[in-house]
Design a protein around this ligand. Structure first.
Ligand code: TRP
Length: 337
C-alpha cells in the first residue's frame, strides 16, 4: 500500500433508520468522495459500536444493519466502488482495538467531549459500560485496520478522530512508523434542526424525517413543524429566523429567488404557514422520491443487500488481515511466522 494514496473509511451505527440529518451530515459527502477519490473506499456498518450502548437490544441492532446499508444504497452508494461491510465480522478490528487500548489512558477517555456529552445524554453517569467509554479506541481500529486516511463524519465526531491521531502518533513512536495521521472530512452543511426546532434532528428526540418516510409521513411531519408561534393569522407579520420551515427551505428549495421573495412577504404579513408548508412538503417529497424508489427496488430483491455486505466483508477482511500482519510484526508478536 502506498503512503500517499487516499483511502476513505466511514460508517454508521445501526440503531435505526437514517434521516435527512444523516444525508446532509455524512451521506452526501460519502457520495461526493465516491466520485472524486481514486483510492479505496470503505463503508462500515458499525454494529459492534452500536452494541456498546445497546447490549440488551441485539435484535434492534441486527435489523438496523440491513436498514442503514439500504439507506446508503438508496441514496446512490455504489457497492462496486465502495466496499460495504459489517464491523463485527472483521475480527481483526477487535484484535487491533485490544492493542490500541494500551496506548490510551482511562482519564483521556473520560475527557473526550463527544463521549462525555453522550454519557450525559444517555444518563449513564458512573455506570457507563466500559465498551462505550472506549469506543473512540475501537473507532481508531475501524479506521486504521484499513490504513484509511480520510474519514467523512459529522462534526460531533471530531474529538473522536482526534483520539485516532493520538493513537497513530503513539503507535508510530513505540513500534516504528506504521500509520499515517488521518484527515476528517466534515460536511459544510449546517446541522439540520429537528421538526420541533428544539435541537438537532435525531431519532431519540422523535423529531426526524426519515429517508424511508412515505409521502404522507413527510406531509404530516411538515405540517407539524415549528414556525413562529406569534404568527397566528396569515396577515400577521412573521419571523423567518428560527422558523423551521424556512430553515429547511434554505437547504432544500432550489429556487432561492422565489424563496427570498417569500421571506419578504412572510415578514411583512400576508403569507400563511400552510402555503409554505405545502411548498416544503412538495420539495422534500421530490427530493426523497428517487431515494424511495431505489429503496423499493433494492428491498424487493430478497438477498441483495446482505449479499453485498457479505461480499464486501470478505474483501474488507483481506485488507485488515494484511494490516494486522504488519502490526503484529512491528509489535514483536509474530511468533510463528
Ligand atoms: N461513531 C460514528 C458515528 O456515530 C460511526 C462510526 C463507527 C464511524 N466507526 C467509524 C465513522 C469509523 C467513521 C469511521 O457517526
Amino acid at each position: 500500500m502506498k503512503g500517499s494514496e487516499e483511502t476513505v473509511l466511514t460508517g454508521d451505527r445501526p440503531t435505526g433508520r437514517l434521516h435527512l440529518g444523516h444525508f446532509l451530515g455524512s451521506i452526501e459527502n460519502r457520495l461526493k468522495l465516491e466520485k472524486s477519490v481514486s483510492g479505496k473506499l470503505f463503508y462500515m456498518v458499525a454494529d459492534v459500536q452500536a452494541l456498546t450502548d445497546n447490549a440488551a437490544d441485539p435484535g434492534k441492532v441486527r435489523d438496523a444493519v440491513r436498514e442503514v446499508a439500504l439507506d446508503n444504497l438508496a441514496c446512490g452508494m455504489d457497492p462496486k466502488k465502495t466496499t460495504m461491510f459489517i464491523q463485527s465480522q472483521v475480527q481483526e478490528i477487535a484484535e487491533l482495538t485490544i492493542f490500541f487500548l494500551n496506548l490510551v489512558t482511562v482519564s483521556r477517555l473520560k475527557q473526550n467531549p463527544t463521549v462525555k456529552t453522550e454519557i450525559a445524554q444517555k444518563g449513564f453517569g458512573e455506570n457507563v459500560p466500559a465498551g462505550f467509554l472506549m469506543y473512540p479506541v475501537s473507532q481508531a481500529a475501524d479506521i486504521l485496520a484499513f490504513k484509511a486516511n480520510r474519514v467523512p463524519v459529522g462534526d460531533d465526531q471530531l474529538p473522536v478522530l482526534e483520539q485516532t491521531n493520538e493513537i497513530v502518533d503513539s503507535f508510530n513512536r513505540l513500534y516504528g512508523k506504521t500509520f499515517e495521521r488521518i484527515k476528517p472530512v466534515v460536511s459544510k452543511n449546517p446541522r439540520l434542526v429537528g421538526i420541533d426546532g428544539k435541537g438537532k434532528m435525531s431519532k431519540s428526540l422523535n423529531n426526524a424525517i426519515y429517508l424511508a418516510d412515505d409521502e404522507d409521513d413527510v406531509e404530516e411531519k411538515v405540517m407539524k413543524m415549528y414556525t413562529d408561534p406569534k404568527h397566528v393569522h396569515a396577515s400577521d407579520p412573521g419571523k423567518v429566523e428560527g422558523n423551521v420551515v424556512f430553515t429547511y427551505l434554505d437547504v432544500f428549495d432550489p429556487n432561492k429567488k422565489e424563496l427570498e421573495a417569500l421571506k419578504r412577504q412572510y415578514k411583512k404579513g400576508g403569507l400563511g404557514d400552510v402555503v409554505l408548508k405545502k411548498r416544503l412538503a412538495a420539495i422534500l417529497n421530490e427530493f426523497l422520491d428517487p431515494i424511495r424508489e431505489r429503496r423499493r427496488e433494492l428491498a424487493g430483491e430478497q438477498h441483495l443487500v446482505m449479499d453485498i455486505l457479505e461480499e464486501g466483508t470478505r474483501k474488507a477482511r483481506q485488507t485488515a488481515r494484511e494490516v494486522l500482519r504488519e502490526v503484529k510484526t512491528k509489535m514483536k508478536i509474530n511468533y510463528f511466522q
